[in-house]
Design a protein around this ligand. Sequence first.
Ligand code: PLP
Length: 397
Amino acid sequence: MAPDGQTLAPNVYDAEPIPESARAEIDRLLASGDLFRYTAAEGAPVSLLEAEFAELMGARYALAVSSCSAALFLSLKALDLPAGAKVLIPAFTFAAVPSAVVHADCVPVLVEVGDNYRVDMADFAAKLDGADAVLISHMRGHTSDMDAIMALCDARNIPVIEDAAHSLGTVWGGRKIGTVGKVGCFSFQSYKLVNAGEGGILITDDPEIAARCVIMSGAYESNWKKHPGMQNSYMLWQNRLPLYNMRMQNLSAAVIRPQLPEVAGRVAKGRAGHDRVADQLNESPWLVVPPPLPREERAPDSIQFNLKGDWTDAQALRFQAEAKARGITVQVFGLSEGNARAFWNWQFLGPQPDLPKTRAMLMRACDVRLPTRLTEAELDYIATAIIDAAKAVQTPS
Ligand SMILES: *Cc1c(COP(=O)(O)O)cnc(C)c1O
């Protein structure tokens, strides 16, 4: 608060704070130097995290790794696809996702995304024949129609991996996101709901996939014995699969574990904060927040909205500047230089067919972080600043 009682523009860049209770365990690890997950005979923080996360999600197996990108890469490798296999991904995602596909020696096939940020099911169905796997990125926590996607893929026996990096806590038709497909991958990078700086975890009910991922993540020699279950599978895969060494270290797990009991509270706060801002933005004639699909209960820590009606690129850029002048950074995905979420910037893929729907969406879709710790006054400040910025451009005095 400023001295006159006005709320100042909130800082939306700081990540979620680390609970005080993490400190004792971190001190213990620093004092002992026990940072490698496989040194302790049992009870290593990374192993405890895996058990707790599997329990939280209701999954049989969990494997903690160095990032969500590593989890996606290992999941694809574990599917044992032929080199050059085609993997469908939404064209609206983070550059690390097509990168993981390329890293796994597969070829990404980009699927159109509509102006509600979700997979365009007609384009998905048209591109599914000839696909070897599907990787659904729940971008910014927005859930595509998983019933339709699973029905189409199950009918063709095509495995589905969920990139739930930013979807921890989201529920689809009563099922936790990340448990709908064959493998679910999550991120603990700082700008996600659980903050460890870096880190990721994958969950699956499939013992073969779990075993292959464990070995490839770097459980060399007999270290796989420290993962519960499936001992025969590990025997089968040891030394027959490469070691990519993408393990998580104990300090990361010590930072993550005390945040898991806070997930439900952060989800509830994030949803309430998002919906509070969305209701206000939807009152503006120039802004629209696409609603969730009916089966989705979201867990947002940011808000996306579209510039509604007639906006030129120049006006959209002026809107960004007007918001900035009010202390709020709005990113129009397609108008910010080199944005890693704009598919035309993924030059490492080589030439790609154009995706007019996704392109049109990216040119008018806006992104603002709403960390779950914001107060109602701060959320209202952000909503007002965005609405006033749109008004300043559309009805200049
Ligand atoms: C953050 C994010 C990733 C990458 O996660 P890392 O842990 O940084 O590798 C992938 N996909 C989506 C949708 C993300 O939000």
